[in-house]
Design a binder for this molecule. Structure first.
Ligand SMILES: Cc1cc2nc3c(=O)[nH]c(=O)nc-3n(C[C@H](O)[C@H](O)[C@H](O)COP(=O)(O)O)c2cc1C
Length: 202
């Protein structure tokens, strides 16, 4: 597929929630950000890791025993032009569930794509530890990490029973992550040729 063809593909954005908790605020936040992407007519899909039977990444090359959900996850992320990563703040970092999912993927899924970050926390300080670490992971995966990000401190008091954010400014900020990603999709297209060069290292 040449660059001109890629320019006419519909924009696809996936959001990965890094929490397996039933009623997760991270998952609610990712859903909201995806709605922001849909405002600019992008196709948006939530990847809820509870629906995927994965295994722990052990760094070995033999993938013959991998569950099929590993390949399903990879394919869905590969198809996307942009990826939103949502995570809870866990001990000042991002969740192990998300880390494992990222480690089961790599450049094929992320290189040259936009990455948007969202975090929720139980405490008042927000999810900056998690998001700052994810920003570095994005660089290692050769993704373009959006400057716009959203943190929801004390998430337990921010959502109503319908799963919407009560504070309209926070709601706007979360949606903005998906909206900005959709709005900036031309940046991805500019980089298609540069990133197909050989010899690009960490
Ligand atoms: C193992 C673990 C570690 C946590 N560490 C922090 C933390 O360092 N700072 C904080 O503000 N909240 C912390 N929390 C609270 C979570 O960020 C909070 O419960 C959040 O809502 C979880 O996300 P979820 O609703 O998507 O599951 C921690 C929770 C767990 C389970």
């Amino acid at each position: 597929m040449n660059t001109a063809d890629k320019e006419h593909q519909p924009c696809k954005i996936v959001g990965i929630s890094g929490s397996l908790r039933s009623g997760s605020y991270t998952t609610l936040a990712v859903r909201l950000a995806l709605k922001g992407a849909e405002e600019l007519e992008c196709q948006a899909k939530l990847i809820d890791l509870r629906d995927y039977q994965l295994l722990f990444c052990d760094g070995k090359d033999d993938e013959s025993q991998f569950p099929k959900d590993v390949f399903r996850l990879r394919e869905e992320v590969k198809q996307a032009h942009g990826i939103i990563l949502g995570t809870p703040e866990y001990h000042g970092g991002y969740s192990g569930v998300l880390k494992n999912a990222l480690d089961l993927m790599g450049f094929e899924e992320f290189e040259g794509k936009m990455l948007g970050l969202l975090g929720v926390s139980g405490g008042a300080m927000g999810a900056f530890g998690a998001m700052n670490s994810l920003r570095e992971v994005g660089r290692a995966l050769h993704a373009w990490v959006l400057p716009e990000q959203a943190s929801i401190p004390q998430a337990w008091q921010e959502f109503d029973d319908a799963g919407n954010l009560k504070n309209p400014k926070l709601d706007e900020r979360v949606r903005q992550v998906g909206f900005t990603m959709a709005d900036s999709r031309a940046l991805f297209r500019c980089s298609v040729n540069i990133l197909s060069r050989d010899g690009f290292f960490w």
